[in-house]
Design a protein around this ligand. Sequence first.
Ligand code: SAH
Length: 262
Amino acid sequence: MIDPHAHSGDQRRPGTVHLVGAGPGDPDLLTLRAARLIAQAQLIVHDGLVDPAILAMAPDHARLVSVAKSRSRHTMPQDAINQLLVDEALAGNDVVRLKGGDPFVFGRGGEEAEACHAAGVPVNVVPGISAAMGAAAAAGIALTHRDAASTVSFVAGQCKGLADQDWVGLAGKGRTLVIYMGLATAGAITEKLMADGLSPAMPVAVVENATRPTMRVLRGVLAGLEQIVETHRVKSPALIIIGEVAARAGAHHLAQIAETAL
Ligand code: SAH
């Protein structure tokens, strides 16, 4: 029998791509909206940073596709990820594109949204708690503080283009600098900041696996940053926080609790 309502794929109404922030790790730090979309998902396309406990919230029948980057050897180029999202949506499927932290903070969510818009696929962005907020809260470091910092900057510290980036004025008195993806370049970052005039004694904190049971908070000063990373064998994901706020009493207190909990 011929179904009069049957139509070919390209005439079907496209599904929606939900660009969803999964937060820094702890499932309790998901937004209610993210939790609802995950619980109702048919298809989840996720990064390696998304905690397994969060993926476990998907229905049993949901398709889970990993497009893990960086630490995994099974990587998918960004173009292929964009194409996957567009193809699935054009086939009529709603997609939950689950990303660590917030989709629009160093998450390439902007590129995915653009690819969807170009293909006529509707996009819904659900913000998440970015690693900087998760790490700051868990380590007791106030990113801004009336007595210590009225400015906070987020920068990406990965190798590509580091030398060309202008960080002058982002760190120093009254300012907090949070560096994502900065482990491999910790030495170069230190040199760059000290060449810009930052004191070698400026406090730093390195927060590894923020909000997860394996979290570590390591503190020191700028001149010793690379050594902290090497001595403690800090692994990704980790954030570097540079500024007076990293050495305040609250930070010491909570960090000690985190360290003794190891
Ligand atoms: N969109 C994400 C960032 C992706 S870039 C967000 O908003 O958080 C990946 C980098 O984020 C890592 O290299 C690390 O610097 C940082 N990061 C992500 N999760 C983290 C965590 N749980 N603890 C510390 N750093 C984390």
